[in-house]
Design a protein around this ligand. Structure first.
Ligand SMILES: [Zn+2]
Length: 386
C-alpha cells in the first residue's frame, strides 16, 4: 500500500476565510436560506450560521421574508442588504468618464457618464477627476464603500495601488503613470487598476467561460478569458487583439507598429472608411442600405476576422464576443467575421460562436465593478471591519 501523503493541518483563519468566501460567492447568485447554503456548500448549518450571522449583524447581509412555499419549516432567505456596502468602478476613456456603483451582488445602484476631453491632460488631472467622480457617485448612495476600480485605456502591469499604466496609445501623456498615485479621493478604500478591455471581458462571464472579447473604442481592446479568468500575461498586454498584424508594412498604428488590425477595423479607421462622423450615423446609414456604410463594415469585419483567426490559433477559445462600439454593429460585422474565420487555417469549418455584447460601452464599468466585488468578497473581514 502506498504511504499516505502527510496531512497538512489547515490553519483555522484560512479555512474560515475560504468558507466565508464560498458562502458569499453562492449568495451573489441570489438569496438563499442557511439550510440551502449548507446543502450546496457541504458546510454544516452551524458553520453557515456562525460565519454569516456576524455579516447580518454588520448590515452586509439581510434576512428576507420566510419562504412558505415548501414543505416543513420555512427557510428565511439571506441576501445582500439593500443598505449594505457598495463598490464603485470608473472607466477613463479617450473622450469621457463612465462610472458605476453596484452592490456586492452586482446589482446596479447608480451610473453616470460624462464627456471629458482627456487628450493633452496629465495623469494628476485625469485620475484626480476620475477618482472624485467615482467617490461622489458612491457617496450619493449613502452606503459604505467596500472598494473601487479604475479601468484605463492601455496595458497595465500589476493590479493594485502600485499598478503602472504602461502605454496609452491614444492618451500618450498617461504613459508610464501610476493611476492610484493621483486618485486621492479613493485612497482610503481597496483600489484595483486594470485594462479597460480585460475588465470589460468579465462582464460577459455569464454568456461564456472561454472566449476572446474584442472591444472597439477609438482603437481596439481585448481580453482573453479561459476557465472564467482573464489571462493577465507577464507584462499586461495579453489580449491586446488590436495590435495583431494583418498586413506586414501596412498602415501605421498608434502603438508605433504597422499593419495592426486596429488601423483597419478600429472605430477611427472604420468611420473614415465609411465617411461618417460617428457610430450612430454609421448604423443609421447601414440600416438604410447605404452601400458605402455596409461596404466599410464588411471590410472592417473581414480585417477583424483575419486577426481573430490568428488569435484562436494561439489560444483555442470557442467564442468571440464583439463589444464596445461594435455592439450596435453586429448585424453587419458578425457575418464578415464568421466568413473570414471560417476560411482560415485550422479554424476553417470549425463552428465558433461570434456573439455581440449586450453591454455595449458599459461593459468596462460592469466588469470592473464585478472584479472589485470579487476582491471584497474574497476578503470578507474587511466588510466586517467596515
Ligand atoms: Zn498597433
Amino acid at each position: 500500500m502506498a504511504p499516505r501523503p502527510p496531512v497538512t493541518p489547515a490553519r483555522a483563519p484560512e479555512v474560515r476565510r475560504h468558507n466565508l468566501a464560498l458562502l458569499l460567492g453562492a449568495l451573489r447568485d441570489g438569496p438563499s436560506s442557511r439550510a440551502a447554503l449548507s446543502a450546496s456548500t457541504g458546510l454544516t448549518r452551524g458553520t453557515v450560521a456562525g460565519l454569516l450571522d456576524p455579516l447580518v449583524a454588520a448590515g452586509v447581509l439581510a434576512e428576507g421574508e420566510p419562504d412558505r412555499g415548501g414543505v416543513g419549516r420555512p427557510g428565511t432567505p439571506l441576501g445582500f442588504a439593500g443598505s449594505g456596502p457598495v463598490v464603485v468602478a470608473v472607466s477613463v476613456e479617450v473622450d469621457g468618464l463612465a462610472a458605476l456603483v453596484t452592490g456586492l451582488d452586482g446589482r446596479v445602484v447608480r451610473r453616470a457618464r460624462h464627456r471629458r476631453v482627456h487628450r493633452d491632460r496629465d495623469p494628476a488631472e485625469v485620475f484626480g477627476r476620475a477618482a472624485r467622480t467615482a467617490r461622489s457617485l458612491a457617496a450619493g448612495t449613502g452606503r459604505p464603500l467596500a472598494g473601487a476600480g479604475i479601468a484605463v485605456p492601455g496595458p497595465v502591469r500589476g493590479s493594485d495601488a502600485g499598478a503602472v499604466l504602461l502605454q496609452a496609445p491614444n492618451l500618450p501623456r498617461l504613459d508610464g503613470c501610476r493611476p492610484a498615485e493621483h486618485a486621492a479621493a479613493l485612497a482610503d478604500v481597496p483600489l484595483l487598476v486594470g485594462n479597460e478591455a480585460s475588465l470589460g471581458a468579465l462582464a460577459h462571464l455569464g454568456q461564456a467561460e472561454d472566449f476572446v472579447y474584442v472591444s472597439a473604442d477609438v482603437g481596439i481592446g481585448g481580453g482573453i478569458v479561459v476557465d472564467g479568468r482573464v489571462l493577465p500575461g507577464a507584462r499586461g498586454v495579453a489580449g491586446e487583439v488590436g495590435h495583431v498584424v494583418i498586413e506586414r508594412d501596412g498602415r501605421p498604428c498608434g502603438c508605433g507598429g504597422t499593419g495592426c488590425v486596429e488601423a483597419y477595423a478600429g472605430l477611427t479607421a472604420l468611420l473614415a472608411d465609411a465617411g461618417l462622423p460617428d457610430v450612430a450615423a454609421l448604423r443609421a446609414a447601414a440600416l438604410a442600405g447605404d452601400t458605402a456604410a455596409t461596404g466599410a463594415l464588411a471590410r472592417a469585419g473581414s480585417a477583424l476576422g483575419t486577426a481573430l483567426a490568428s488569435v484562436v490559433h494561439v489560444v483555442d477559445v470557442g467564442t468571440v464576443v464583439l463589444g464596445g462600439g461594435y455592439a450596435g454593429l453586429g448585424t453587419w460585422l458578425v457575418p464578415a467575421v464568421h466568413a473570414e474565420m471560417d476560411r482560415r487555417g485550422l479554424t476553417a469549418g470549425a463552428r465558433r460562436s461570434v456573439l455581440v455584447s449586450p453591454h455595449g460601452r458599459a461593459a468596462t464599468v460592469t466588469g470592473t465593478a464585478r472584479a472589485v466585488a470579487d476582491r471584497a468578497l474574497a476578503e470578507p473581514d474587511l466588510l466586517l471591519a467596515g
